[in-house]
Design a protein around this ligand. Sequence first.
Ligand SMILES: [Zn+2]
Length: 504
Amino acid sequence: MKINSELELKTYLDNLENKLENINNKISQLSYQRYIDKEQKPEINTLQKQSSSILLNEDLFSLVSEWKGNVNDKVLSRRLEVWYNNLLIAKVDSKPEIIDLQQDISYKIMSNKYKVDNNNYTLGEIRAIIRADKNKHQREKAWKSHTELHNKVAKDMLELFRLRNKAAQELGYDTYVDLKLEMNNQMSKEVVMNLLNDLTAATDKFYKELLRKGADKLGIETIEPWDIQYILEQLGGVDKSFFPKNKLNSSLEEWANYMDFSLEDYGIESVFHDIPYNGLTMGLDRNTIKLLCNPDDGYSYYRTHFHELGHALHSALKEVDDYVLRRESTIFTEGIAEIFGYITSDKDWLTDFYKLDEEIATKALNSAIGPKYHYIRQRTAYCLFEYQAYENLEQDLDKLMASVDSNILDCTYNTTPRWSSNGWYVSYPIYWQNYVLADFVASQVHHHLKENIGSLVKDKKAFEYVVENYISEGALVPWLEKIKLGTGEELNSRAIISDLTKTF
Ligand SMILES: [Zn+2]
C-alpha cells in the first residue's frame, strides 16, 4: 500500500476505523443479545476473526510505524500513537494460538461446577457461602472447592502465560505484564506497583485493626483466607430494605435530571436481567447504550448502578470523532466510572437526594468501609500475584499465591492450589490493577473538585468540569496528562489514603 500524504493517510485510517467500529458494534449487539436470550452466537467468532485480521496486518504495522512521529497534524499524530500501541498489543492478544488456548480454558472455567460435600454449586453460590456462611468449616470447604478446577486448567494456564511472555519478549519487553501496562496504560510496572504498595503500607494499621476487631466480634481466633471476606462484610450495617432495588433507576434519573439531562437524551437504558455480573455497560452503537444489571436490594448496588452510568456517560459525552481515540486506557475507563460511583458514597447524596435520616446515612457509610477494604486488598493481591508470576513462571506458584495473600490480606499462609481458577487471568489479563487504580483516580478527582470547584453530587459546575476535563476529548490527550491538568498533580495515593482512613 502506498500513501503519499497526510491527507491520504487520514482517509485511509478513517476507512479502517469505520470498518473496525462497525465490526465491534456488531459484536456488541450480538453479545448483548446473547446475555438476553442466552443462546450462542457463532457469528461473534467470525467477526472477531475479521477484526484480528485487520489488526495483525503487517503492512498496516509498517505503515503506522513509518509515519508515527513524522506528521504535522496534531490529531493525526495522536491517532498514529494510539494505533501503534493497539497494534503492538494485538501482536500478542490476537495471535491465533493464544486466542484458541484462551477460549479453551475460559470455557472450562465458565462451565465448571464447584463441589462441596458432593453437591454441585455455581460460582455465584460458592461466593455466597464464602461471603456469608456463619459456619467456618463450610466456608473453608467452599474456598477449597477451587482446587479441583485449578487441577483441570493449571497446566494450560501456565502454557498460556508462557506464550504471552514469549510473544511480548519477541517485541522487546521483559514480560507480557510490561507490554500490556505500557501499551494500554502508558505506565511502567514499577510505577503501578509503587502506587499499590504506597496504599497498602499507609492503610495497613487501619486495615489490621478493622480486621482484628471484626474477628474478635465474630469469635474468630485464627484468621484463615476463608475468613477475610466474611469478617469484612458481615460487620453489620443498615438493613437492605433501606436500599430496595426498585429505586435504583429512579435515583439515577433523579440525579441526572438535577444535572439537566435525562438518560434517554443519550440513548442510555437500564435493563435488569440475570447476568453473571452485578453490572455491565454495553454500547451497541454511539447512540444506544445499555446498562445491563443484575441487582439485589442493598447499598452496594447503588454504587454499581452509578458506576455503570459513569461508563455510559464516558461514551455518550465524548466529543472526539475518531474511533481509535474514543477508547482509552482501561485504568482510566474504570476510573471515570468510579468517579460517578463515588456519588453514592457522599453523605449529601444519601441525605438530600436519597432522603435517609442522618443517623442511618452515617451508619451506611461506616459499614461500607469493611467491604471496601476487602475489595481493594483482594484485587491488590490478585494483581501482585499476576505480576510476580509472569516474572518467573518456573517458581512454585502455589507458594507465591500463599505468600501474597498472607501479606496483603493478613491471613494464615496457605498453599492450597488455587491460582489458576481465577477467570480474569484468562479473559482479562493484567486487568486487576484497573479496579484499584480506578479508585485512586476517583478519589483524586473528587478531592480536587471539592476543594476547588464544587461537589459532583449537587454542583452543576462540577459535572461540567468532569465532562470538559476528563471525558470530552477522549484519548486525544493521554489520560495521565488529563489527571495532571485536571487536578493539578500527578496521579498519586494521597487522596485515596485519606478516603480509606476516615470515619464518618
Ligand atoms: Zn466498570
